[in-house]
Design a binder for this molecule. Sequence first.
Ligand code: ADP
Ligand code: MG
Length: 245
Amino acid sequence: MQPYKAILPLQLKGLKLSTFQTNWENHALLAEQEGWCYGKYLSQLCEIELQKRQASRLLRRTKESSLPTGKTLSSFDFKANNSIKPAQIHTLAQSDTWLKQAQNVIIFGPSGVGKTHIASAIAYSQIELGNRVKYYSMAHLVQLLQQAKVQFRLKDLLIKLDRIPLLLLDDIGYVKKDEHETSVLFELICHRYETGSLIITANQPFSEWDSIFPDSMMAVAAIDRLIHHATVINVTGDSYRTKGK
Ligand code: ADP
Ligand code: MG
């Protein structure tokens, strides 16, 4: 056996080129059959290595995101709700310019009209574009923030969340100021203002957000920051769950 055959697997392992490892031999045969030059052979191996890495990053980031499964654009029926403008949703899904500019998306509407679905679909498209995303039910996130505050590590948690450029906060209306100390939510909104994006779904209009925050001044200040750079989507109509029943 030629010495390189013993060394190459170790070199590829050292360089963490696992798909080169599995493919260099069969591609060498292919190169001979097809008459590829050295450059083409190398480029073919690089291509499959890149594809594999992209696929595993997508998988890792989808898992990390905790997004509900199957709520993608392809499974969303735009014909079922004409208050949702496909072009607007596709623009948010196809580009991450708004994410790079730390803009927000706020989706209003009654229960069952597809807010969570559409928000998740936009978020998932952002993962496909290479961005990190995290889904939280708002009630759960408020709990986490509150816990962190009690343990004097709220700042640390907010800084940790800075690493995720897009947070999907689902159902802000389920957070009530008497159940939770929601000033932590205000702190999150202030902290991320102009530095990180939020998608928020809400079944209450802004005019009722004083039931979420400790006082109406805080609600106004939070809304002011959220909408300064934001796309607001109002979904109307009947619940998809009860449609046709
Ligand atoms: P909301 O968050 O507004 O309460 P959801 O997004 O949870 O509503 O939607 C309720 C259910 O109906 C989900 O299973 C969702 O996938 C589905 N759904 C809603 N609208 C549509 C739609 N236009 N096309 C396909 N499925 C939809
Ligand atoms: Mg929902």
